[in-house]
Design a protein around this ligand. Sequence first.
Ligand code: SF4
Length: 255
Amino acid sequence: MSRRGARVSPAWVRRRLLAWYDTNARRFVWRRRRASPWLVLVSEFLLRKTGARKVDPIVRELIRLAPSPEALLRVPSRRIGSLIHPLGLQNMRARALRQIAGTLVAEHGGRVPRDAEALAALPHVGRYMVNSVLTVGFGEPRPIVDANVMRLLHRVHGVREVVEIHRADNLWDLAGRHLPKGDVESAKRLNWALVDFGALVCTARAPRCPICPLRERCPAARGRRTVSGRRSSVPTQLPLSMRKNDPKHRSGGGR
Ligand code: SF4
């Protein structure tokens, strides 16, 4: 992003995306009004590099079986592994879920902590998961940035794409400027709208510019210079973050 900041106003993008989300929202169990922090944590962990539609039925079943960290520790690893087998990496994921649950039981009384530092200290939990749990599970809005959101910010605001998303504070600050102040439900919806919009409209290889509600002000769609002064065109290559990333912070590949 240029030193002058984004030229397309985050407030304008927010209005357009919330209106788009009204009719295009995807419904998942972790987006329910009463989704618990534990359900959100488990969902976000399984969503790494895996499509949301595949994850949704598995989370429903897993939470029925293990509605709390303590309950998960009572379920045999093999049972968890076979349940999440359709998502792949089931042995690694089952082990990791048990590590997360074990830490919650040992250090937090079996509850998901309402604290960013404590959440970030959990095994396998990165910045995206921390902010998603705080926003959805605890009603404390924080920005979330995955590969889809980064791509959208790159195209609309000219912000630079990076390999290590979790370290790029400017990306998170810019995403945060899109969140409405003092309206938790709209903040949740905006975060989900950003993710869904990147997955369904502003896609990596074939962005649907002709039907995009941001088209009239999007520099990438108009092929004019971005705010960073570089000539802009709609990128077609995969985002850097999808090629290589830190496992603890990997996010968004299949959302
Ligand atoms: S106009 Fe095209 S490049 Fe710009 S946000 Fe919409 S889909 Fe993405």
